[in-house]
Design a protein around this ligand. Sequence first.
Ligand code: GDP
Ligand code: MN
Length: 353
Amino acid sequence: MLEFLIAGLLLLIIHFGEPVYYFMYVKGNKLNISPVYSEPPKVSIIIPTYNEGDKIREKIKNVLDSYPNDYMEILVVDSSNDGTDEIVKTMGIPQIRIIKEEKRKGKIFAVKEGIRNAKNNLVIITDADAIWENPLINAVKFLGGEIGAVSCIKSANSETENAYRNFYNVIRLGESAIFATPIFHGEMTAFRKDIINDKDLPNVGADDSTIATLTAIKGFRAICVKDFLAKEIAPKGLDYVSWKMRRGSHLVRHFFRNLSKVLKSNNQYFKKIFVEEFYLHIINPWLLVLGILFLAIGNIEVFSILLILLLISLVSSKTREAIRAWIPNQFFLILAQLFATKGEVLAWKKEKK
Ligand code: GDP
Ligand code: MN
């Protein structure tokens, strides 16, 4: 069973080695761009809402505090049945327009309705449950010239989720410095209507990453910036699992849908980045499962030693969080692939947060 042992070890080395290598590789790149605006440009901020009654007040305050109010309009595109729109109305903010949808169809439809109604070229989409930690100008000031779209880095309310986020924040920033990142965040996705408008967007779940990738395919840069952090609340328990699966499956479908388009485009940098991310999200998780399986078949002693090493590494808090974040996420990504075959989930069941 030596073959199984060797194959198993090799698969595990690649599984853990490739992301570490890619991390080190992109980390060395630093974004070097200058602001294109000397004073705040006018922006249209879209907040799609489905039953956000308990969060919308704080959200709107946060948005108003983040940017000079005379330079913004806020479009709340609402399909709630919990009175979210009423709460917004009673706040009496002149910058806000509420667009009430007749029927709940899913976030992407609300986003496209918002884009159609936006008066300004610079559009920002933001989820109602996301809180911005920095002034919006930190991101918006770059939105011109070769930069077509800008997103944030992210933190969450759990240590484990944050260990995973911190790893990917560094990757997003590194890819942005090289050219563009194919993954954006719904907490803050800013883009230019002269590059992407509602007709460019298919009816899919990953509206944020779709905007990033289409921007890059059109030859513009889609970047995440380090001076703009958004916080999100991760659900707990079973809701956490279904949240991970839904988002994972959106991402899986995003990668499959755009692979051939990216390969046909002619930006060598973005091609490499996209293919690497495709590998990390779609293929690499399987190497972990196969590696463990082969090892167990090949040599139970080596398998046991590795298991013991793994348990020992759980003692140090730093490696513990890294492992606790990484390994479950690999299984979520595999499950997400199975989930993704069921088709696009556009109007999802709301998780408790
Ligand atoms: P997650 O961040 O991927 O967990 O997705 P959320 O459930 O937080 O949804 C992101 C944003 O889209 C939130 O502001 C939701 O209220 C909003 N949203 C989700 N589904 C719909 C919908 O069907 N219609 C509208 N108008 N907004 C929606
Ligand atoms: Mn959310």
